[in-house]
Design a protein around this ligand. Sequence first.
Ligand SMILES: CC(C)(COP(=O)(O)OP(=O)(O)OC[C@H]1O[C@@H](n2cnc3c(N)ncnc32)[C@H](O)[C@@H]1OP(=O)(O)O)[C@@H](O)C(=O)NCCC(=O)NCCS
Length: 279
Amino acid sequence: MIEVTDLLDRLERYYDVVPRSRADVEKLGPFTLFVARAGWPYYARPRLGASDFTADDVRRVLDRQCTLGVPQSVEWVHETTPGLLAAAEEAGMSVQHCPLLVLYPDQLPERPDPEVARILGPEDDVALRQSRAAVSLGFRDPGTDVGEEGIAERDALLAAEFAEPDVALDERIADGSFRAAAAWLVEAPALGAVGGGGHTPVDDVTEITGVAVLPRFRRRGLGALITAALAGDALESGVDVVFCSAESVDVARVYQRVGFRRVGTACIGEAKLLPTSTE
Ligand SMILES: CC(C)(COP(=O)(O)OP(=O)(O)OC[C@H]1O[C@@H](n2cnc3c(N)ncnc32)[C@H](O)[C@@H]1OP(=O)(O)O)[C@@H](O)C(=O)NCCC(=O)NCCS
């Protein structure tokens, strides 16, 4: 049985540590603002232990993000920081409520057939770039429905945006601080990777992120297999808390089918507001 309060504390510490290797960090009242030096831009989160938030506190963060030219984005766990929701909404943010899920290890299925879904190593450069293009297309077509885009579209995006290796990502894969997985079609592995995802272990906690499948090849079990490959890898390397947040209850079902259970709600607040002050 997982003790939820202790678990949420561990997740909060994880959330506070992960961005620090890639981001500059600013303290802004009850918030910590992470500003990525490169790559995905990050967000502000509640400072560890902070519990009181006003709309003005939120506006100060949004102003700062506007000044820096980064997205006006704040993320938090509702059960850990319940006071933030009303303040964020009062400050004009729209808030997405995402199921926060944790793996019950005894409910994880067997590791998938590696011909279909497996962890990538530094030698898997082509598969990594194929899977990144597939994931990128996957996120452009959110939800769990089957869609049109397949191999041709993946290869066009690969040539346009993923032709060059990403040196920083390659280093993280080589040193184990990021673990990437990819999936292939069982009947046509030569077509290359059609989906993927990753996890970022820090001590004994990891979050699974960026799981997506090319729209044309959805609803045949690949999303679940990618998740199972990542979760199995995490447990094998000594992690004992594997978690993720799902964009919707439909996506959450994919994770629940491989042993994840909902423990809370991850809030993603976004805004497009002009500065309210001249600070
Ligand atoms: C979420 C996502 C990764 C799921 O990928 P997927 O490969 O379609 O996932 P699965 O095939 O394992 O499961 C999806 C559905 O297909 C069903 N399914 C699985 N195998 C099947 C099969 N052989 N035949 C018919 N249906 C099948 C599952 O039961 C599930 O059904 P449900 O919606 O009723 O729960 C994919 O939809 C996606 O890329 N979405 C956009 C990106 C995204 O939102 N990612 C998650 C971010 S949190």
